[in-house]
Design a protein around this ligand. Structure first.
Ligand code: PMP
Ligand code: GLU
Length: 396
């Protein structure tokens, strides 16, 4: 048997690959510092786990409605209203097996072969592969200033084939958060050019310095007809393994996405849906505690990285990633004789020689950078920073 042309084109997920590699090395007894994983290190809060246990005990173990249980779709609608000021009915909401699945459903139901999608650089790894799987073309768009695009970026890049813009604020990997004004500028260009938007808002609850992440649909309500909002419980409630995400958008698109889901995964896991209802409707203290912890870690890691000569690290306003520019170090050699001349060689040498895992920026379309997730405890961060400093000092 041979794999299909379509499957041959799919690249492995660099973020998951580095996370898995670090886990394997750790299980072999190596003292690995993992800055790869894009998942909160905190445990899922007890009230959420208890809701899943109760669902299991009560026998909530069968197929549910493909599009998700009504209680969860309602909880999502209520959250969109209270958190984002948006009005969605449950027919405009689809629950899927993680936000990654929601994104895949959306691209599959919106893109025809040959369509173009504007993807601001640097972008999260799975967008590109999912878009290519639909036979559509990724148009990587350079940011203007501060790693952000503007309305004019869209006006310049739009062709007759451009169908969608992917917006991810707060961003993975840069942590940048678009302000209301910036979203308005982008939204106006979208309305002018007739594009659709995939607005991935999965990091909305992790922002710092008093900044609040806004949904572009809240800024320009007319955009509701042009936007699929993607979100989920993975990050906000530290539920990455539970696999619950959701999409909110125009009813005809959501219905098509539900039909696709009906023939691929059917419903998302029954008892995980009950847990997600508790996550969205139960106590929210755990979210602010996590956010405060991330903020302290961000402050530490940004300062520590910037104190290393040859590394420049912007201060991110959201998510739990830093994206330092390490390209000043390219051309140097490690004590073991490895030439560091790309983000890939930087990350490989750092893992091999200092046992620190980071994700090469190349995976996000920008080779000058590497990504570090600070979703790990402070002691780990401190140790990791010492090792990176040691690594850089010993380059010649
Ligand atoms: N979007 C972004 C930007 C992400 O970083 C992730 C992390 N995996 C996802 C979507 C998917 O999240 P989930 O775990 O819910 O599939
Ligand atoms: N989104 C996270 C990351 O970027 C988790 C891994 C993945 O799903 O890609 O690291």
């Amino acid at each position: 048997m041979e794999v299909s042309q379509r499957a041959k084109g799919i690249l492995p997920s660099a973020t998951l690959a580095i996370t898995n590699k670090a886990k394997v090395l750790k299980s072999q007894g190596l003292d690995i510092i993992g800055f790869g994983a894009g998942e909160p290190d905190f445990d899922t809060p007890d009230n959420i786990k208890e809701a899943a246990c109760t669902a299991l005990k009560e026998g909530f173990t069968k197929y549910t409605a493909t599009e998700g249980i009504i209680a969860l779709r309602k909880a999502v609608a209520d959250k969109l209203k209270s958190r984002n000021g948006l009005d969605y009915t449950i027919d405009e909401i689809l629950i899927s097996s993680g936000a990654k699945h929601s994104l895949f459903n959306a691209f599959m139901c919106l893109l025809n072969p040959g369509d173009e999608v504007l993807l601001p650089l640097p972008y999260w790894v799975s967008y590109e592969e999912q878009i290519r799987l639909c036979g559509a073309k990724v148009v990587a768009v350079n940011p203007e200033t501060n790693l952000k695009i503007t309305g004019d970026t869209i006006r310049r890049q739009k062709t007759s084939k451009t169908k969608l813009l992917v917006l991810n604020s707060p961003s993975n990997p840069t942590g940048v958060v678009y302000s209301k004004k910036e979203l308005k500028d982008i939204g106006e260009a979208v309305l002018e050019t007739g594009l659709g938007i995939i607005s991935d808002e999965i990091y909305e609850d992790f922002t710092y310095d008093g900044i609040k992440a806004e949904s572009i649909v809240g800024v320009i309500p007319k955009l509701k007809e042009h936007t699929i909002i993607i979100n989920g419980v993975s990050k906000t409630y530290s539920m990455t393994g539970w696999r619950i995400g959701y999409a909110a958008g125009p009813q005809n698109i959501i219905k098509a996405m539900g039909n696709l889901q009906a023939h691929s995964t059917s419903n998302p896991t029954s008892f995980a849906q009950k847990a997600a209802v508790e996550a969205l409707t139960g106590p929210q203290e755990s979210v602010s505690l996590m956010c405060q912890a991330f903020c302290k870690r961000r402050d530490y890691i940004v300062k520590a990285l910037n104190s290393i000569s040859g590394i420049r690290c912007p201060n991110p306003s959201g998510a739990f990633y830093v994206f330092p520019d390490v390209s000043d170090l390219y051309g140097k050699t490690t004590p073991k004789g490895t030439l560091v001349n790309s983000s890939q060689s930087f990350a490989s040498a750092l893992l091999e020689e200092e046992l620190v895992a980071v994700v090469p920026g190349e995976a996000f379309g920008t080779d000058q950078y590497v990504r570090l997730s600070y979703a790990c405890d402070m002691a780990t961060i401190k140790k990791g920073m010492e090792r990176i400093e040691h690594f850089v000092k010993n380059l010649s």
